[in-house]
Write a protein that binds this ligand. Structure first.
Ligand code: FAD
Length: 484
């Protein structure tokens, strides 16, 4: 069947399904340079995400070729008598349908037709990138100049607009802040279809609204990201702890060094839990390779649980002579199980792209495209018995349960079981009055969102009324009810 015929059939189906809600010919009349797709496979892709838990069909998918295309479609949605929702979709790595637009238009920001916008300023140490650029491509572009962004996510196949709409957190955050603290300037198309440049100095309310704004205030088409001289190599280290308190004590000590000179601190601090010799989240398992003479199983774990601190020290090849000593001095101050050091040394780019290796492995086993009932929560510092002095409000953990549900697994691997566990964890925190906040939050009622935002709700909803008064943007987040 020819593409044209397919397109015609698809349009016919849409009209039959939704009557006059959104007439595809209205979209085609906008005369965009990018491409509207009504192709069922495009629509199918835009209706799902990495979580695999929810599905919501848009009517059309737009592959924009410029910011102007997005201005026109948002303006059309805003001005149209009947209105429709518009959601930017980065790489679709949300868990709960956050980038979907039921019966509306999904803008595929990572499309192959995306504008080539990347400009590196060696003088002012920043890079300008398209909002749908993947972080891995930002790295590829900047590394050519010996430069790189300062703050990362663990996984680089995420879009700039997608992570900036959340926070963008990895082991560098204690030092540089999350990715949203490393953005100088943005171009944003508001829910009224206005294209505005914003920064600390210009349209600052919009700038602050959009950073971590869950896509509610506008579509990011350009981001100016802070750069630093890229390290060439990384000493990547894992050490083991027999119990939780010694593990977190060292983690908190390490992050307390954030103001120190580079030689006196690590550049990356994370950690994870190992249960029954398996690592709770399988993204990281590739590290304990056969090149390490020790086996995790040779260490005694209290109740079968070990805690693994993951740290990294960046360096330039010209400083290779001093790196051993620097690392040794830093490790001396930690209280891990003697002899439980696992070390590897690799190029900086390989370190940043480490999760991709795990992705390829999981893909080859058919374990990537499975449901992911992930739960990410910010947990306040609850143990104030330690003698270390840190301001309480500055210390919190991002605790991530990154699990995959398997059809053919045991009962404890099913989607139902894992989802129920997530609910139990949230109920437990509630009962014990542990004031957690979800990262990449998902709620379905206004009451839950109001509770989530707490003191920030009044400002959040006021900004929504200012920048997206008809609530047409990022409706997949289910925060505001569209007014059409
Ligand atoms: P999408 O899922 O496509 O979109 C997310 C939200 O942002 C949607 O509401 C969408 O409408 C909105 N949005 C997307 N693009 C734009 C834009 N240009 N302008 C305005 N709004 C936009 N997060 C971390 O912080 N650290 C990690 O280490 C980390 N690792 C991850 C590893 C994996 C394997 C996965 C699946 C996720 C990980 N995440 C991590 C979570 C990730 O940051 C979020 O899911 C993020 O939203 C994904 O980006 P995306 O480009 O796929 O966004």
């Amino acid at each position: 069947m020819s593409t044209k015929l397919l397109l015609t059939l698809a349009i016919y189906r849409i009209i039959l399904t939704v009557g006059l809600t959104l007439d595809p010919t209205e979209l085609l009349r906008l005369g965009l340079h990018g491409q509207f797709s009504f192709d069922p496979s495009d629509v199918e892709t835009a209706s799902k995400d990495f979580g695999g838990l929810r599905r919501a069909n848009p009517l059309a998918v737009l592959h924009p070729s410029s910011a102007e295309d997005i201005v026109r479609i948002v303006k059309a949605a805003f001005e149209s008598a009947h209105g429709f929702s518009v959601s930017a979709r980065g790489h679709g790595h949300s868990i709960n349908g956050q980038a979907t637009a039921t019966n509306g238009v999904v803008i595929q920001m990572c499309s192959s037709r995306k504008p080539a916008l990347t400009i590196v300023s060696e003088k002012f140490l920043y890079v300008d990138v398209w909002g749908g650029e993947l972080w891995v491509d930002v790295l590829r572009s900047t590394i050519e100049y010996g430069l790189a962004p300062k703050s990362w996510t663990d996984y680089l196949y995420l879009s700039v607009g997608g992570t900036i709409s959340n926070a963008g957190i990895s082991g560098q955050a204690f030092n540089h802040g999350p990715q949203i603290s490393n953005v100088y300037e943005l171009d944003v198309i508001t829910g009224k279809g206005e294209l505005l440049t914003c920064s600390e100095e210009e349209n600052s309310d919009l700038y602050h609204a959009v950073l971590g704004g869950l896509g509610q205030f506008g579509i990011i088409t350009r981001a100016r990201i802070a750069l630093e001289r890229a390290p060439q190599r990384v000493r990547w280290i894992r050490v083991l702890y027999p119990n939780f308190s010694s593990f977190t004590q060292d983690q908190e000590y390490l992050i307390s060094l954030h103001g120190q000179p580079d030689t006196h601190k690590f550049d990356y601090v994370e950690g994870f839990v190992i249960v029954d010799e398996g690592i709770i989240n399988n993204w990281r398992s590739s590290f304990f390779s056969s090149s390490n003479p020790l086996k995790v199983s040779s260490f005694n774990a209290e109740g079968g649980v070990l805690y693994c601190l993951e740290i990294a020290k960046n360096y330039q090849e010209s400083n290779a002579d001093s790196i051993d000593q620097e690392v040794e001095d830093l490790l001396k101050k930690l209280n891990f199980i003697p002899g439980s050091i696992f070390t590897t040394d690799l190029p900086y780019v390989d370190f940043l792209d480490r999760v991709h290796k795990a992705e390829l492995k999981l893909r080859s086993k058919g374990l990537w495209d499975v449901p992911h009932p992930w739960l990410n929560i910010f947990v306040p510092k609850w143990d104030n018995k330690s003698s270390m002095v840190t301001p309480d409000e500055d210390v919190f953990y991002l605790v991530a349960f990154l699990r995959s549900a398997l059809d053919k697994g045991t009962e404890t691997q099913t989607l139902e079981y894992l989802t129920d566990q997530n609910h139990q964890i949230l109920r437990f925190c509630d009962k014990e009055k542990i004031n957690i906040k979800q990262y990449l939050p998902h709620y379905t009622s206004e009451q839950e969102w109001i509770r989530h935002f707490g003191d920030k709700w009044a400002q959040f909803s006021k900004r929504k009324m200012e920048f997206d008064p008809k609530c047409i943007l990022a409706t997949g987040q289910s925060i505001f009810e569209p007014s059409f």
